[in-house]
Design a protein around this ligand. Sequence first.
Ligand code: TRP
Length: 338
Amino acid sequence: MTSSTTTRVLTGITTSGTPHLGNYVGAIRPAIAASRDPSQQSYYFLADYHALIKCHDPAMVHQSTLEVAATWLAFGLDTERALFYRQSDVPQIPELTWYLTCMAAKGLMNRSHAYKAAVQENADNGADADFGVTMGLFSYPILMAADILIFNAHRVPVGRDQIQHVEMARDIAQRFNHHYGDYFTLPEAVVDDQVAVLQGLDGRKMSKSYGNTIPLFDDEKKLRKKINKIKTNLLEPGQPKDPDDSALFQIWQAFATAQQCAQMRTAFADGIAWGEAKQQLFELVNSQLEEPRARYQELIAHPEQIEAVLQQGAERARAEAAPLLAKLRSAVGIRALG
Ligand code: TRP
């Protein structure tokens, strides 16, 4: 139950891909840990409406929804405590999206990074500015605002690329409050600098769009293969290596204890062979993924169990969203005539 002293923390996961190590370290692990904090009520949801913005492959959207849900459950998210639901199961969200759409300035949307990046790419390619730009892409910060405001979330943990969207949610909420009355809490983006942004196989940020990811729940063999592909340099065994210039060490750090980090630093200084370092990294990562992997496979084999968990979450989410939405409808003038 939420009380007035509970901080509501909300974040969404777009269901357009297979979860990878970077998602785990950067989002899933900290979110699950935070959800155990008794002073916090977590709202974690599968942003499947958002997936449609980038992904027009229905099989992929569906499969990703399954995989993302199974991943969070496999890592032990306590769905009795946290509210875990699928966005499309909460009709109050798209309804609120419309009320907010009618309050959101077009000029604000023009400034959205995601939209501007698409326009820029078109300019670079000599294409029409609007080429490939859907209204979904253009106005998705409003959908995101509705995700956040429907539960009056206080805090929204996000990656740096999403800060702007949370600020837009604040702007839109402020405008709504100013015009119709004080209905919305102004949300704050939280970016945790302690949380690692994991490097990928090529040393750039691990990201689906760079094709440099290590999937979380591939079998052991594939995990080992991927880890062997992490980019290193030509230094030979016996030559000292610089941990601070190594994607391999950076991934090590994200899984290791302080003591294990210190040990690996020493091993680098002592010239550990890359092959050996990779072997150790595989063992470390694999030891932490083994159990969740087994649970994940079990869950994927029983999608109806996942569906049941999501349905329970959706019921709670709808019950919580409905009273605020009823007030908002009335506030904008949509109410019974007599
Ligand atoms: N747009 C976010 C992303 O791409 C996902 C998301 C959707 C989200 N709705 C949200 C995050 C609400 C925080 C709050 O990462």
